[in-house]
Design a binder for this molecule. Sequence first.
Ligand SMILES: [Zn+2]
Length: 255
Amino acid sequence: MGKFNVDEFKKKYQNSASMPEVRYTLPISKQEVFYKPITTKQQSAMLKAMEAKDVKLIEKVLDNIISVNTVDEIDVMNMTMVDRKSLLINMVTQSIGDKFDLSLECPECGKNQKMKIDLTKIKDPTISDDKLSKEVTINDYVFTLSIPTRKKMQAIEDTFDVDDDEKVSVVDIADDLITVVIKSVKGEGIEDEDISYEDSIELIKTLTPIDLKQIKEYIDGLDLDSTNKTMFKCKDKECNYKQEIQIQITHLFSK
Ligand SMILES: [Zn+2]
């Protein structure tokens, strides 16, 4: 008998047939994925990134969890943000737990409030087929709009300087959605070419506010903010503030 080798063990343990594999169907692409649960090591990597308030690192840790834990490797960068978030929530439910106590600051009175979240009651988002991709015509050019992929969102993150005192929040990123929903453009002399994030930014500058309105309407119609929501109620009797809030992945790792 040889000496116990922890690295060998880890490899064998993670790949062992008895390690449960969870099946999940991505809500948008309808792709069926099998994954292994999140490990405590991955959980602590996430907590460290959250403590550092480093958005880029947080997203990288999450990308890594998806690519390492899914059985047939999944193309994380080309996943839509909706599928990515839904898969992560499902992974958390299966590996960390489905009930969470959150402490959130009431936006009205500023007091910290405890609330319970039951992930089993959070429904996967539904987005109708006609909204997954939409063509709008702007000055003889046809723009194809679609739900942003992880790759495009990462392009936004890369433009942020994480050394800034003001750390970037998810809300800031959401404001930039307009730069990431334009998938491709076709028109005279241009054949349905995919557009990079950098080109999107330049392209948007050439459009008029009225042109942009069509793109903004598409984003509003997607109603991405309505997914994975739960009700926040302030327990302060004089405040009684009520609002639907969106569950963030980071909420679920603080357990
Ligand atoms: Zn309040």
